[in-house]
Design a protein around this ligand. Structure first.
Ligand code: ADP
Length: 266
């Protein structure tokens, strides 16, 4: 399926989707996509109908995290309209810009093309009824953010950060973007990722590698809800690399962290 420009913006956008939730971060590498994937799986495990769009145009990682790099979504015509059937894994329907462009050409993509690709994934995705459509945005602030809020009614944004000072400064910038007059999307809360590290052989010990409670303190300061604290765990990284998100096993200690996160988002 080729990504083409979208003309048909007259149709009501996604009337069957109850909540459109943006997952954002001030900067890259804080675990935004990891949180988005595991939150989506945990929400699906709780009985919700969940979709996920990977709009991280410069580093689409969700196909890999779902073990779906070799799968391609199919296209079909429904009522005379072209639709893209999302790929479904772990109970989550998803589409990624990574299905349509390889990493090298993505880098030379210009803003408008990237924005159009996102619009197309939203409006032509055969999403059906959903309780949540999560959108994994690129880090920072970009045209993509503007396109999103202009194209669909976004219910709210979740901001992922690490406890580290530099990451937190970027969060303040990101939060004020969502809360600005032109964007005006409620920030549902912060997720503090990489909150501490616990070695397998010392399960009682917590090492605050990136500082202690940085996300919690910032949430208090900005009057935002702290939706959850996710520790650094080897299995989270391994699950991402292997394409089996830890949240798929909601009863494990690590999986539970995402089960709890899903509860506080609901
Ligand atoms: P972002 O989307 O913010 O760029 P990613 O989700 O791609 O970040 O995560 C960056 C790297 O950190 C990945 O290798 C991922 O597996 C790893 N990672 C993210 N969160 C955790 C965590 N809580 N514990 C262990 N590794 C993590």
């Amino acid at each position: 399926i080729a990504v083409k420009f979208l003309h048909d913006m007259e149709r009501p956008i996604l009337p069957q989707v109850k909540n459109i939730v943006a997952v954002a971060s001030g900067k890259g590498g804080v675990g935004k996509s990891t949180v988005a994937v595991n939150l989506a799986v945990a929400l699906a495990n709780s009985g919700a109908k969940v979709g996920l769009i990977d709009a991280d145009i410069f580093g689409p990682s969700i196909p890999k995290m779902f073990g779906a790099e070799d799968i391609r979504p199919t296209g079909e015509k429904v009522d005379g309209r072209e639709v893209i059937n999302p790929v479904e894994k772990f109970g989550v329907k998803f589409l990624s810009v990574g299905f349509f462009v390889d990493a090298e050409s993505a880098i030379i993509w210009r803003g408008p093309m990237a924005s159009n690709a996102l619009k197309q994934l939203i409006s032509e995705g055969n999403w059906g009824e959903l309780d949540y459509l999560l959108i994994d945005l690129p880090p920072g602030t970009s045209d993509i953010h503007l396109t999103l809020v202009q194209s669909v009614p976004v219910t709210g944004a979740i901001i992922v950060t690490t406890p580290q000072d530099v990451a937190l400064a970027d969060v303040i910038r990101g939060t004020s973007m969502f809360q600005s007059k032109s964007i005006d999307v409620p920030v549902l809360g912060l997720v503090e990722n990489m909150a501490w590290f616990t070695p397998a052989e010392l399960p009682e010990n917590k090492y605050y590698i990136f500082g202690k409670d940085g996300g919690k303190i910032l949430a208090d300061k900005l009057g935002l809800k702290l939706l959850g604290q996710i520790p650094i765990v080897q299995s989270i990284r391994e699950g991402g690399d292997a394409g089996t998100p830890v949240a798929a096993n909601g009863e494990t200690v690590t999986g539970m962290a995402f089960t709890e996160l899903a509860k506080s988002v609901k």
